[in-house]
Design a protein around this ligand. Sequence first.
Ligand code: BV8
Length: 234
Amino acid sequence: MTTPRNIVVLTGAGLSAESGLATFRGPGGLWEGHRVEDVCTPEALAADPALVHRFYDLRRAALETVEPNAAHQALARLDAEWPGELLIVTQNVDDLHERAGARRLLHMHGELRSALCAACGARSPHGTELPPGAVCPACGARALRPDIVFFGEMPYEMDRIEAALAEADLFVSIGTSGAVYPAAGFVQMAAHFGAATLELNLERSAGSHWFDETRLGPATRLVPEWVEAVLTQR
Ligand code: BV8
């Protein structure tokens, strides 16, 4: 693999697993506590707002009890030291990338510590409980909901992601099962535009066959090793 200039990194729940946040599809994972249709669709929110708000209140509260791990810290080091273009696209809604110091980062599936107004579309920082009917600070409507991209809703900043993939020399996917689109299709898009592709994951994912290389192991070992290699190979 020649020395890359422009890197896109996609992260999933596996990156935060060693910080103690449950993944979605592993044993005891989040969805196993709930059927996805019951907590992560617009229909679920309309049918039982209290259940959906409480599901996200519990996950927001859990952020106080966890810390970024060595994988988050390694990606923050890459962000600080990499001279080329870098974009970290996370599917995660936790704030561990930010707390580790990452800056060139976007949350394509929303954020726990943000609220979205269903009336005016404004997003506002929100770190505490978010009951149904809370007042939007921008428009005053009692219409705040979790700022989470539900199934059937358009992920955030897709234009920015696709532009970065089109320019990428290297696409690295970390800790994701490759089960959810459009994120699961990014590897194919990056490869189409000529990027080399690398997967770092605990086990093979639904998309492993699309990658030039897959390394298996915990993110807290594989990510620091990969970042060290990329920063010293320049
Ligand atoms: C959209 C909200 C269109 C935040 C989430 C049929 C075919 C193709 C697509 C579809 C289809 N039917 C429906 C669709 C579309 C649908 C979809 O993809 N469905 C799937 C199930 C088939 N997608 C959507 O609806 C998306 N929107 O398509 O919009 C559109 C177009 C026009 C106009 C309007 C709309 C929206 C998707 C977003 C849904 N929201 N979550 C939250 O609650 O957290 S998805 C949810 O799953 C999370 O966001 C998460 O990011 C995502 C993927 O999960 P992972 O992060 O991969 O986590 P998972 O547990 O699955 O895997 C963990 C991995 O880590 C494992 O591989 C494990 O081995 C590894 N691991 C574990 N420990 C470690 C580790 N790795 C390293 N180290 C460790 N220690």
